[in-house]
Structures are given as C-alpha cells and as structure tokens.
Design a protein around this ligand. Sequence first.
Ligand code: AMP
Length: 721
Amino acid sequence: MANHQDIQEESLFSADELAAATSDAGARIEALRREIEHHTYLYYALDAPVISDAAFDSLMRELRELEVAHPEFRDPSSPTQRVGGYVGEQFAPVVHEQRMYSLDNAMDLDELDAWLERTKEALGREVPLVCELKIDGSSIALTYENGVLVRAATRGDGTTGEDVTVNVRTVRDVPLRLRTEGLSGLENPAAAIELRGEVYMPKASFEALNAAAEENGRAPFANPRNAAAGSLRQKDPKVTQGRDLSTFVYAVADERALKASGQWELLEWLRQAGFHVNPDVRRCETAAEVHAFCEEALRRRETLPYEIDGVVVKVDAFALQAEMGFTARAPRWAIAFKFPPEEKTTLLRDITVQVGRTGVLTPVAELDPVVVAGSTVARATLHNLDEVHRKDVRVGDTVIVRKAGDVIPEVLGPVASLRPADAQPWRMPTTCPSCGAPVVREEGEAAFRCISIDCPAQALERLLHWASRGAMDIEGMGEEIVARLVESGRLTDVADYYSLTEYELSTLETGREKKDGTPVHLGPTIAAKLIAAIEASKARPFARALFGLGIRHVGKTTAEQIVAKFPTVEALAEASVEDLTEIDGVGGIVAASVHSFFQTPANQEVVHRLKYLGVAMAEEAPSEEVPQTLAGLTFVLTGSLVESGMTRDEAGARLKARGAKVSGSVSKKTSFVICGEAAGGKYDKAVSLGVPVLTEQDFLRILETGEAPGADEAAGAATTE
Ligand code: AMP
C-alpha cells in the first residue's frame, strides 16, 4: 500500500476521507471506484496520468479484494467488471432509434469545394465548420442510462446493428459511467443518451497482432479497420480485452439530449463527460482554413499512431444541420474528404505464377513487405503477361505500390532510374508451375493456360469455387481444409464432398503440431459442422450448382438464364449449341463452352455422381408451371430486405420465376425499384427518373399475389418515403 502516498496528492478525496471510508466497506468500495474512474479518465481521455501504473494496479487490487469479501456491493459498472458475460451463438440485433448514417465522400479538393459551395448556397452564407480526422475504425453507438453504460452496438446496415456491449466494456477508454462531476448540459440526466464514435486499433497494436497471428499460423487481418471490427465481434470478451482497442467519440444520436448548440460544443461536452475525444479538431470560418486542415492532416497521416482515411467536415451549428437535413444515406451537412490512395515504393523480389480454377496462369508480384494504407503488402497480382510488359516491371525493380479502393494492392510501375543494369524483361513459363504440363495461349486471348485435366492447382481452385458463397456456400470449407483433403487424396472432384464422412474429417491432420510434436486433428466439433454444411448445400437451387461447376464463361447470371430454359441437368446435357444460343444472354462462345462441358465423359461422370449423392440437379418446379404474371416488367433491388431476410439474389430469383427481368441498375426502362433498408443511390436515381419505388412489404405482396401493383398504387408508394 506504499503507493497510496503518491495517489493521495492528486486524489479526489483527502487522506481523512479515504481513511474514514475504510471503516465502512461500502463507502470504501464506492470511493475506490470513483478514484479509479478518475485516473482512468486522466489516463485515457486526457492522456495525462498523475499516478504510476503500479499505484493504479494497487487501487484495483484493493477494490477487487473488497468486492470479493463484500459481494453485497456488486455493481456491473464497477471498473473491476469490464470483462463479464459471454456472447451467445449470435450477437443480438439492435434497432437504432436514430439511424446511423454513412457519409458522402469528396474524392479530391475540387469535390470538397463543390460541397462547400453547395452548403454556402443552401444556408445563404459561409458558416462555421468543424474539421475532424476521419478515423478508420468501426462505428459504435454507446447508450447510457442514469449515467451508466447499458449498451454498445455496431452500425450494421445503419438501421440495425449488433449488440456488442460485453466486448465494448473491455475497451478501457470507454467510461462505464459518465463523469458527472461538474458536468452540465444534460437535459435529463436520468434519461438514456446515445453517443457515437469510432472503435479503432492503433497501428502498433495492429502490427503486433498480425505478427502474432502469423506466428501461430492464423490468417492476418487485412487492415486495422477489419482488426477493430473483428475484435468487437469476438464471442469471448477476454479475447477482445487482449486486443488493445481504443475509441474516439464524436457524436450524439439526438442532440436534443444536451444543451450544446453545435458540434464544437458537443466535443467539449464529450471530453468533460469522460470520453476520449480526438484532440486534432478545428473550428474553421473559411474554405481556406478547411483546405489547410485537410492538407495538414494528409501530411501528418503517416506519423499518427492510428489510421485515418480522410477528414470529416461538419456544419457546426445543430440548428443549421437541421436546416440541411439528410439524404437517404448521409447527412447533407457533412462531407468526408477522402485522402488519395497512399503510394509506396518497394523492391520487386520475384514474379511467381499462380494457376487458377480454369487453368489461367496469373503472374504475381512478390514484394519486400511494405505498409500501404494501413496494412502490409507483400504480394500483388500483375493480371497477365501483357500487363507485365505494359507496365514494364522487371524482377529487381523498385516499384510503386498502392491499394485500389484502399483494399486491393496494385503495382503501378517501376522507378526507372533505380533499375539494376542486368534486369531482364519477364517471360511467362512454358510449363505449368503446378503440374509441369505445357502452357498454351489461345488465339486472341491475353491469358496463358494449363489445360491438363490432372492439374492439382486447378482442382483446388475448382473445389473452392464449388464451396464458395455464391455457389454452394459450404460454410467453413476454406482453403486450408480443402488443400489438406486434396493432398490426402480424399477430394479430387466436387462430387467427392458428398461422400466425406464425419470420421474422415474429424481425423484430418491440420498440418499443425502440438507441443509434444503430435499432429493436431480437425476434431469432432468442426467435422460435425462441416458435414452439416455439406448436407445443407445439397438443396441449393440448381442454378447455383451449375455456376459452381465452374464451366468457362458461365457466371451466376448466365447460370440462372440457362436454368430458366433448361430446368434439369438431363435436359441441359442434351441441348445442342443451337438450343443454347436461343437463351437470352447466351452467345456462341458460352453455348459452345456449356455444350463441350457436358460432352466430356469425365464431367458427365461427376454430374451423375452429384445427382446420385443427393445434390439437387434440377429446378424444383420448372419455371413454365409458374404463371408468368410479371413478364415484361423489369425490377431493380436495392438495400437489404430485413423483414423477409432474403438476399437480393433470392428475391431476384423469385421475381424471375414469374417472368420478370431483374437488372442491376436503374434506368427509364425500369418498371419498379424495390427499396429495402439502407437503400442507397438507386433510390435517389429512381426518384429523379420518376420510376415507381416499392417497399419490402409491397414486394412481399407481389410474391403472395403474383401481381405487380398498378401504376397509381406504385406512384403512391414512391411518395410515402
Ligand atoms: P464511410 O463508412 O466511408 O461512409 O464513412 C462514414 C463513417 O466514417 C461513419 O459511419 C463513421 O463511422 C466514420 N467516421 C470516422 N471518423 C469520423 C468523424 N470524425 N466523424 C464522423 N464519422 C466518422
């Protein structure tokens, strides 16, 4: 307890008060909680601790001991209770009382100026704006009742998020209780108030987490944003607690809960209430000041300890914000100025070749690892030989790398002056790196291919494609497991999935070893889940299976079009090239590819086995039997269909079954746009073109009755939004 000496110098309580409190365990416990909260606030929110970590730990230890001895004073908002509870199978959905909006983007300074100009016009003058850094994390909504944190929810689709309270409680800079000391401005202190901000993972913690993942053979996170989001969704809060997350809080769901007049005052209030508020904010009066802030943020981006992807500019006054209002997806009174994609230089160590599912050979740049836009890049696709030559990149070059859309790494080109004298133009290998068969390039094609039927690299890709989300969606059947099954000789073609046994999977070696050197097996739990997922995949619509077969040129939409005409695999296998070309959207090349697939004996055998093993190789009800009441109508789907829980693909299939067309984009020819939750630009476009807008309820009614609404009803639906 020696450390208590230096604590008391900066304490909320005098030495006498602390001593007096000791005589009464309840009072002592409360005093310790307040003391610890105070130091947590100084440490995390103000970044100005006044006591040592050891002293802090000592306070915590005493509190913990007292709470154990006096369970009658248990309180879930005690600082000792950050880790508790356990998330069930799923995170409970939380419907946000106020929508969590996204932000409109300005991709460069010109677009930012256009927004500034629009704002000035809308409000009739230049108004004060607040500039903040755009933190690249995961949004969070924190609800306090009676000053106590009761709920934390993710944004989800903006309307419905997930309850991640138990995990957010472990984030140390999130106050479990609001600081009420000297806090004014709360309209009704007992009422619920919802604050919003961003949970993020500092760059250093992200790098450490990924280094550890690599060491343990786990997949690394793509960037700190994903790491933060993934950490929030852990089933075990202890894992989240070990993840070093932080927050910046910057908004209130409903500003009527407070006396603040605008964003600037709100930030100050949040600071006083104990939240971690980003210090790099500025209130600007002119466009020039906003520009200066953006430029400075861009300059400092590298050196900040956390990732930012832009600057958010907000109209300061709440009254003016209300005047400007919202679009369907974002406030009009704010804009996100997005930074241009970050570019880095690094060494191109090698160009390797990957063999895809259809045998295409893809050159891949092997780079000296370099951090770009928040994550380490060590490889990037170079697409094909022509691309390698067009960019003129050679092994040994120093190359410029960036991330397209801040996600996919891309090699832009070499730094010519740094090219080694002996660097040679790259050449495609003449044999397949996977199976050694000769490589061919078909007339007029950019791609080189391995056409060997026994090529193991192709087999792996084909098997993964079958199990993938868009195809048969066999959950959990990932690359690692499939590769093991291929290596062990248990999986050769897609029909083999359906004869796997639980025992085989359970005893499959994962390639990892226990400490004593014995191999780690997949185990019965995962095996049972995989078997259930395989079983479930048997009932997928025939079009998904057709797509899953990986026939060249047959994508998802083409597969659906084919099935609409040939609802059984037998009918399809007998179709001639001419029959096939009669299908809408199927040209000569596609028809020839489908035809030759079904003429190949090895493929016939796989299809036969799939059917024999119980995979649905026919559409349940041939589409001709359903009355084609929607023929001639074109629908566009947008947003998520939360009520029915259907994916847009499923919803589209139901409309198509009645003869409708489903398109991905809105035009004058569109008959109806069906808007689910969080509908975006397509809704705006429909309104501007005067295309009738339907709600999900309208859509469900169409499915029920088979009839589309009349023009009058639909126009009514469009104006009720
Ligand atoms: P986007 O997801 O690109 O549409 O950007 C919108 C998101 O930016 C919001 O939902 C917030 O989660 C996030 N964001 C990060 N920093 C801020 C900030 N200072 N103010 C408002 N939103 C922010």
